[in-house]
Design a protein around this ligand. Structure first.
Ligand code: UDX
Length: 430
């Protein structure tokens, strides 16, 4: 059992806290957002993440999980302190590390005995060095400490499962004492542990996300060739994925990747490379293909409708992927913006993201279900592959639509079946 402090209760922080508490550790979390901590104390979770609420409530009741407004209290009560604060993108693509620095300073000023300071936020290489320097300089009692990089690989929507059964755990560490403690902490998870130096661990995170984004842009580029030649990208992906060296994952063609990680981490890696003196051209193209996918989808809508102005277009799915209410950098929001600018009337529905979208989207009609969206629409656009959409009564949808047009940005239906049902149907790459 370890005493653990978590600073920042976003996706990464809160899930890490819940999982480590569930493994029997004593965990105390702090966040600079006062209301968030007040809510969490009452068991109110600010995000939708399957299984998270149960774990948080269970561990609050078991007195293994606590929330505090006071960072000094967290530092005092913990041996291992995880920094899980946000590193949002700046205009030039670099990550804004001011929150990380601020937390490092406060930890330094409040430590009175040995601490392990773990960076879990996605940070550029050399952040560990900066944390070490900051803590050394501002540490009034000259207390011994270790800095560790432990990048997080969890996916939203599967965060608990990914944390309990990760493919690997990466620990960037420079001393044996901290390595032993971290190994011990993660032992119950029973995943392969890779121990590296801190800089290598930091690069592993950026390289992994950039590689996955590359896979997606690659298959999207292939999808465009498939469309032009009459091939089926889903089958192409299946054929490629059966080769173990390639693997099936992340070869789903669609309207492109979004979310708070891929777009931001990709920009940050391009920026890191540039600063290091290397022009990572490949990743620039990965980004470009991702942007083009959205424009191509709008073109498909145009081809189906001819004129967009004054047409009513229904958007199904707003979150950047299923099983999350997260709409940050969601392709749906970009598409809505483009269509609005073209003069379309927009109706939307998402199974989980409606609450978040209310604040973001003005001038769109928020609907209760997919059928309300379909009613009197000129075209239905699928932006997120929620099961609820896969299970829709398509005959009913067709009756409700003004024109039986479906543009499927996530390939959730079979073209032949859709045509048989009488739809004008266009997917991606087939
Ligand atoms: C990602 C990484 O997977 C995770 O390891 C890291 O910690 C954070 O970033 P996440 O952003 O939660 O996780 O979502 P992920 O499931 O990876 O999907 C990212 C985006 O790629 C989504 O918009 C998704 O729709 C898209 N995607 C994914 C595709 O378009 N095609 C695919 O084949 C896979």
């Amino acid at each position: 059992m370890q005493n653990i402090g978590i600073v920042g209760t976003g996706y990464v922080g809160l899930v890490t806290a819940a999982v480590l508490a569930d493994l029997g550790n004593k965990v105390i979390c702090e966040d600079c957002n006062y209301q968030k901590i007040e809510d969490l104390k009452k068991g109110i979770i600010p995000i939708y993440e399957p299984g998270l609420q149960d774990k948080v409530l269970k561990n609050i009741r078991a007195k293994r999980l606590k929330f505090s407004h006071r960072l000094p209290e967290v530092v005092k009560k913990s041996k291992i302190i995880f920094i899980c604060v946000g590193t949002p993108p700046r205009k030039d693509g670099s990550a804004d590390l001011s929150s990380v620095e601020n937390v490092a300073r406060k930890i330094a000023q409040n430590m009175k005995e040995y601490k392990i300071i773990v960076s879990k936020s996605t940070v550029p290489v050399q952040t560990g060095e900066w944390v070490k320097r900051t803590v050394s300089m501002l540490n009034p009692h000259k207390v011994e400490f270790s800095v560790v990089s432990n990048p997080e690989f969890l996916r939203e929507g599967r965060a608990i499962e990914d944390s309990l059964h990760p493919d690997r755990i990466v620990i960037g560490v420079e001393d044996k004492k901290a390595e032993r403690t971290m190994r011990q902490l993660f032992k119950p998870i029973r995943a392969p542990i890779l121990v590296t130096d801190i800089k290598t661990a930091e690069i592993i995170k950026h390289a992994s996300n950039s590689f996955l984004a590359t896979k997606i842009s690659f298959i999207n580029a292939v999808a465009n060739i498939c469309e032009k030649t009459g091939a089926d990208v889903n089958k192409v992906a299946e054929g490629m994925g059966l080769d173990k060296r390639i693997g099936r994952a992340f070869l789903r063609a669609g309207v492109g990747f979004g979310g708070f990680c891929f777009p931001k981490d990709l920009s940050a890696f391009i920026y890191i490379a540039k600063i290091a003196g290397y022009d990572f051209e490949l990743l620039n193209v990965v980004q470009k293909i991702n942007e083009t996918q959205k424009q191509l989808l709008v073109k498909k809508i145009e081809q189906a409708l001819w004129i967009i102005r004054d047409k009513t277009i229904g958007i199904l799915g707003l979150s950047f992927k299923p099983d999350t209410d997260d709409i940050r950098f969601a392709p749906a929001l970009d598409i809505i913006k483009i269509l609005r600018n073209e003069g379309a009337k927009i109706k939307v529905y998402d199974p989980k993201a409606m609450r978040k979208v209310k604040k973001e989207l003005k001038y769109v009609k928020l609907c209760q279900d997919p059928y309300e969206v379909a009613k009197n629409c000129d075209c239905l656009v699928i932006m997120t592959e929620w099961d609820e959409f896969k299970e829709m009564d398509l005959r009913k949808v067709k009756r409700l639509l003004r024109q039986p047009i479906i543009i499927d940005g996530r390939n959730i239906f079979e073209p032949a079946e859709m045509h048989k049902l009488g739809f004008i149907y266009k997917g991606i790459g087939r």
